[in-house]
Design a protein around this ligand. Structure first.
Ligand code: AMP
Ligand code: MG
Length: 500
C-alpha cells in the first residue's frame, strides 16, 4: 500500500480562526457497511485499497490517513427563523481536501466521528440508519441530476448510540464541493468581523467562482452566483418532489449542493402543503415553502456581505450596497421561476414556447394531480407513457379516468405544435422518460431498508433499493416493486426526524 490512499491538498486548515483542529474518536469494531467504488474512481482514489479493513479503519475514524488535517468547522445559523450564534461541526470533522482527476477540489468529511468543541449537549455520534439514509438519498439525487453531497463510505463502529432507543453506531464519509454554508458567513457577520467575512468570501470565490477573483464587485458577484445556484437547486427539488425538511441556513451551501439528508422525504400523492418533519410544526419547510424560504436564507447571506459590497465605510455607500444586494434577492424569484419552467417544459416534453402559456399548462397539470391526490412521480412518468400512445396507466391514477381529458387535449395541441407525427410523439415520450423518473427513494422503502440494516444487520434491502434508485429512469422488471407508492394512510402518518 502506498503511504496514503489520499493525496490531500488542504486549504481550509490554512485559514486561521475558521475551525478547530480535532481528532476523530476511536471506536471498537470498524466494519465497512458501504463503500462507493464509482465515487472513489471519480475522486481518483484506488477502490481496492480502501474497500476493506484499511478503509474501515479510516472511514470509522480509527486511522487518520497521512496528509489529513482533521478539523471541526465553525459556523452559526438561523434555525427555524431564530439565530444560533454558535453551531459548528458538533459531530463531523473535515479530514481534508482532494483534487479529483478533472481538477475539481472536494472535501472529505467524517460525520459521527465523536464530540468536538462544537458539540454542545450532543454525543458527537451517528447511527447506522441515518447514515445509510445519506447514502440512499444522496445517490438518488445524484442519479436524478441534482447537485448533492455524496457518501463515499459508511463504517459501522461496533458502538451503541443512545437515541429514543439503543442503536448501532456508524460514521459516514461525505464528499462535497465544499462545506461552506450560509451559516459560516453568519458566524463572522454576526460578530462584525468584516475581515473574516472578506477572507471567507475570497476563499469561497477561489473554490466556486474563480472567475470573480480580484474583481472589485466580487462580493455582490458571489451573492448573485449563490442565489442562482440555489434557484436552480430548489427548482430541481420541486421538479422531483423532494422536501428537504430542515432548510436552516447552516444547511444551505455556497456551492449549491444539497446537504444534510435528515428529515427529508419525497412527495407521494401531490400536495404542495406536505410536511413530514416531526419538529416542523408551522410548516416553515413545507414543500411549497422551499422557494420563498431559500430567498429568506439568501437574504441572511446578503446581510453578512453588505460591508464588503459597500465601496467604502460611509452611510451613502452602505445604502447603495443595500440597494444592490436587495436587487439580487429580488431577482431570485425570477431565476427560480425560470429554472422551474425549464424543468417543467422538459417534463412535459416541450421545447421553448410562450412562457405564460407553458406555466399555465404546468400549473394546471399540478392542480389536477392535487385535486385527485395523484402520486407526483407516477403522474409525470405515466404522462410520458401517454405521449407514447399508452394512456391507460395514466388514467388509472385518477379515481375518474376521464378527469385528465380536458388537460390532455390542451397538452396534445401545445406539444403537437412542435411535431405531431407518430415519430415525433415517440421521440417525445423517450425524451420525457429521461427526465421523469420511474424510481425515487420512496419513504416507506427507505425506512424498510434502514430498519433491516439497523435492527437485523441485513443490508440486502438497502443494497437492492440503492441499485434501483441509481437507475431512476429505467423501468425494468427488477425496478417494478420500487415504483409503488405507500398506501395513503402510511404516507399520511409518515414522520421524519432531525438530529439522528
Ligand atoms: P443538523 O440539524 O443535523 O444540521 O445539525 C445542527 C447542529 O447540531 C450542527 O451543529 C450539528 O453538528 C449538531 N449536531 C447534530 N447532532 C449532533 C450530535 N449527535 N452530537 C453533536 N452535535 C450534533
Ligand atoms: Mg447540518
Amino acid at each position: 500500500m502506498s503511504a496514503s490512499p489520499f493525496r490531500f491538498d488542504n486549504t481550509y486548515a490554512r485559514l486561521p480562526g475558521f475551525s478547530a483542529p480535532w481528532s476523530p474518536a476511536s471506536v471498537p469494531a470498524p466494519d465497512l457497511l458501504y463503500f462507493n467504488r464509482a465515487l472513489a474512481l471519480e475522486l481518483g482514489l484506488d477502490p481496492d485499497v480502501l474497500d476493506g479493513p484499511d478503509g474501515a479503519a479510516i472511514f470509522a475514524g480509527n486511522r487518520v490517513p497521512e496528509g489529513a488535517e482533521p478539523l471541526a468547522q465553525a459556523y452559526a445559523g438561523h434555525q427555524f427563523g431564530g439565530f444560533s450564534p454558535q453551531l459548528g461541526d458538533g459531530r463531523a470533522l473535515l479530514l481534508g481536501e482532494v483534487i479529483d482527476p478533472s481538477g475539481a477540489r472536494r472535501d472529505l468529511m467524517l460525520k459521527g466521528s465523536g464530540r468536538t468543541p462544537f458539540s454542545r449537549r450532543g454525543d458527537g455520534k451517528a447511527a447506522v440508519g441515518p447514515m445509510l439514509r445519506e447514502v440512499l438519498i444522496g445517490e438518488a439525487m445524484h442519479a436524478l441530476g441534482l447537485p448533492t453531497t455524496r457518501a463515499l463510505a459508511v463504517a459501522a463502529t461496533g458502538e451503541t448510540v443512545h437515541r429514543e432507543r439503543p442503536l448501532p453506531g456508524a460514521v459516514l464519509t461525505r464528499v462535497a464541493a465544499s462545506h461552506l454554508r450560509v451559516g459560516t458567513f453568519e458566524l463572522f457577520g454576526a460578530r462584525g468581523d468584516t475581515d473574516r467575512v472578506r477572507q471567507l468570501a475570497d476563499y469561497a470565490i477561489a473554490r466556486h467562482d474563480p472567475d470573480l477573483a480580484g474583481t472589485s464587485d466580487r462580493a455582490l458577484g458571489l451573492l448573485r452566483r449563490v442565489a442562482q445556484r440555489q434557484a436552480a437547486l430548489v427548482a430541481g427539488w420541486m421538479n422531483v418532489g423532494f422536501i428537504h425538511g430542515v432548510m436552516n441556513t447552516d444547511n444551505v451551501t455556497i456551492s449549491g449542493e444539497t446537504i444534510d439528508y435528515g428529515p427529508c422525504a419525497f412527495l407521494e400523492a401531490y400536495d404542495p402543503d406536505a410536511v413530514f418533519s416531526s419538529i416542523d410544526h408551522g410548516g416553515r419547510y413545507a414543500y411549497r415553502n422551499q422557494p420563498p424560504v431559500t430567498r429568506w436564507n439568501l437574504a441572511r447571506l446578503a446581510e453578512t456581505l453588505l460591508p464588503l459590497i459597500a465601496a467604502e465605510d460611509s452611510k451613502e455607500a452602505m445604502s447603495e450596497a443595500i440597494r444592490q444586494a436587495t436587487g439580487v434577492i429580488d431577482a431570485f424569484p425570477e431565476w427560480y421561476e425560470d429554472a422551474l419552467l425549464t424543468g417543467q417544459r422538459a417534463k412535459l416534453g416541450l421545447h421553448g414556447g410562450d412562457d405564460a402559456t407553458d406555466r399555465a399548462l404546468a400549473g394546471d397539470w399540478l392542480a389536477l394531480l392535487h385535486d385527485h391526490r395523484v402520486d407526483f412521480t407516477l403522474g409525470w412518468r405515466r404522462l410520458a407513457d401517454a405521449a407514447g400512445g399508452n394512456e391507460g396507466p395514466l388514467r388509472t391514477l385518477f379515481s375518474n379516468p376521464q378527469a385528465p381529458d380536458a388537460w390532455l387535449t390542451r397538452w396534445r395541441t401545445r406539444a403537437g405544435g412542435e411535431g405531431d407525427a407518430a415519430a415525433d410523439w415517440s421521440e417525445r415520450a423517450e425524451r420525457m422518460r429521461r427526465v421523469n423518473p420511474a424510481v425515487i427513494p420512496r419513504n416507506h422503502r427507505v425506512e424498510e431498508a434502514l430498519a433491516a440494516a439497523s435492527d437485523h444487520g441485513d443490508l440486502g434491502p438497502f443494497r437492492r433499493l440503492l441499485a434501483a434508485v441509481q437507475r431512476p429512469y429505467d423501468e425494468t422488471p427488477e425496478q417494478a416493486e420500487y415504483l409503488t407508492p405507500a398506501r395513503a394512510e402510511v404516507t399520511a402518518c409518515y414522520r421524519t426526524f432531525c438530529g439522528t
